[in-house]
Write a protein that binds this ligand. Sequence first.
Ligand code: NAD
Length: 323
Amino acid sequence: MKILVTGGAGFIGSHYVRTLAHRGGPAITVLDKLTYAGNLANLDSARGHFTFVQGDICDTALVAELVAEHDEVVHFAAESHVDRSIENAAEFVRTNVTGTQTLLDAAVRSGLKSFVHVSTDEVYGSIAVGSWPETDPLRPNSPYAASKAAGDLLALAYHRTHGLDVRVTRCSNNYGHHHFPEKVIPLFITNLLDGKKVPLYGDGLNVRDWLHIDDHVRGIELVRTAGRPGEVYNIGGGTELSNKELTALLLTACGADWDMVDFVEDRKGHDRRYSVDCTKICTELGYLPGKDFATGLAETVAWYRENRSWWEPLRERAALGVG
Ligand code: NAD
């Protein structure tokens, strides 16, 4: 069994590779372009357990060759930061749509055994009350979410049209170690550890469901190994917090107070609330989020305290604005 993991040098993909490698799982090849968000150091503890190919998922010849050599694909590679998609959506459409289509075409041609497409809850749009089941229509609002929705629907179309074994996961906001310091949790932690203020969007009342990367990786593995072809599985963490509530927890964890918060102009088109209904993956595949948020957040803050050498160069690499 050989698995091709795209985007395996990013935040979630690298955790997936490390987890499988530490378990002594199947042979893994990582295909990653190493954009500003990709970092080979994320895979240090898995060295010797995977083959690395630096390349672009839009490179038809490379993708065809690699997909043909593997049994399964787990597809994480994406442009993933909403703020960047508002500034310039071109790379989001190229990677998240064309890159996904390139992989899917190669999968059909090679007769791939299965293709797990890692999508996001943001494809559903924003929900005031209740939670989205997988059957809800997609109403993405940001260019990032729209490009992910296009990839997600393409993946499902390749199942219906070509009979490709595609499984789609739509997860909520991930958090944990090795998270690039432009996203809200690591941005706020690293700012506070450096004695800098944190930028809080609008009234701070936008609500997100937080999912620890351990739980997300477990959910993806359940879908890969026991999920059904052509099906979509929501994966959530069960901890809904407004950004203001999250900020309060991060201030406490870093020993700071509200003087360290700048309320800044809201993100354009900022979705008010995300909430996925996870009944399907819980009942069908036995998934339950295991990481208590208070514990997971404390571990995450401790990791950033202890791993300045990981994040300091990354803050310099990316022109950091608001998270
Ligand atoms: P990330 O930005 O940390 O990593 C993305 C990785 O993809 C990087 O290593 C980058 O180098 C690579 N990549 C980008 N463009 C590429 C290309 N054209 N060819 C090959 N590699 C390329 O992202 P992440 O947070 O780890 O997210 C992984 C996946 O999970 C994405 O598909 C994202 O949409 C989805 N997701 C993330 C979250 C979250 O909270 N982080 C939530 C829901 C869904």
